[in-house]
Design a binder for this molecule. Structure first.
Ligand code: ZN
Length: 225
């Protein structure tokens, strides 16, 4: 059995409704990493944000307020500023968890986790100490690289078959975190590829199970401690 944690970054934006429609069609457990300033970027984006609680299959997590204004170098050079940026997003949008994803970085920094994949930079440690559970990803379904769902499914099999391979930091065996972006779903072809993938994966319920990111082992183990 392989648990898949689909995560969609950078919303809400004008492509998010297409994505929500697909996920609702397949009732896929999934997670959205929200950029705070995008919520207030337009009336449509505010409306999308307000509609999220209607979708019980998904949960919202923190992808920072500013998304580093896409200047990653200067953003991470000010670790206290990074923590303040995540706090602003959390306090404004009031997420039901403390799970975060660093803008532009595959950062893993979770309290109680001593795995070799833990990110040891100052911003990662400060975010963790401030109570944020920073989660990265194992595979990025970038539609420019993995153009169709067959290629993506092949990549999943490669990850399953390799124990902690260098290029796929399969962080927790049998649990694969997948990164996608809302903006990919303005493209009708990408929407069809996601549909085809979900259909294929759901036809193998003994092989693939979708989960929300808060059900990731490191979080659920901690609850049991
Ligand atoms: Zn992002």
């Amino acid at each position: 059995m392989v648990y898949l944690y689909l995560s969609f970054d950078d919303g809400p934006n004008n492509c998010s409704p297409n994505l929500l429609k697909i996920l609702e069609e397949f009732k896929v457990e999934s997670s959205f990493f929200i950029v705070g300033k995008h919520v207030f970027g337009s009336k449509l984006q505010q409306k999308i944000f307000k509609s999220y609680p209607n979708y019980s299959f998904m949960e919202l997590c923190n992808h920072s307020w500013s998304h580093a204004n896409d200047s990653y170098k200067s953003y991470y050079a000010n670790p206290d500023g990074v923590v303040a940026d995540f706090r602003l997003c959390r306090d404004t949008l009031k997420f039901s968890n403390n799970i975060g994803r660093a803008p532009g970085k595959n950062m893993w920094s979770i309290k109680g986790d001593s795995s070799r994949f833990r990110t040891k930079t100052v911003p990662a440690e400060k975010l963790r100490d401030a109570g944020f559970d920073m989660i990265g990803w194992d595979v990025d379904w970038d539609f420019n690289t993995l153009k169709d769902h067959q290629q993506f499914m092949q990549r999943l099999i490669e990850i399953e078959n390799s124990r902690y391979p260098k290029q796929y930091p399969a962080y927790s065996l049998g649990h694969i975190v997948v990164l996608m972006h809302d903006q990919s779903f303005c493209d009708a072809v990408n929407c069809e590829e996601l549909r085809a993938f979900l259909k294929a994966a759901q036809s193998m319920p003994n092989k693939y199970v979708f989960k929300k990111i808060s059900e990731y082992p490191l979080f659920s183990q901690r609850v049991n401690q």
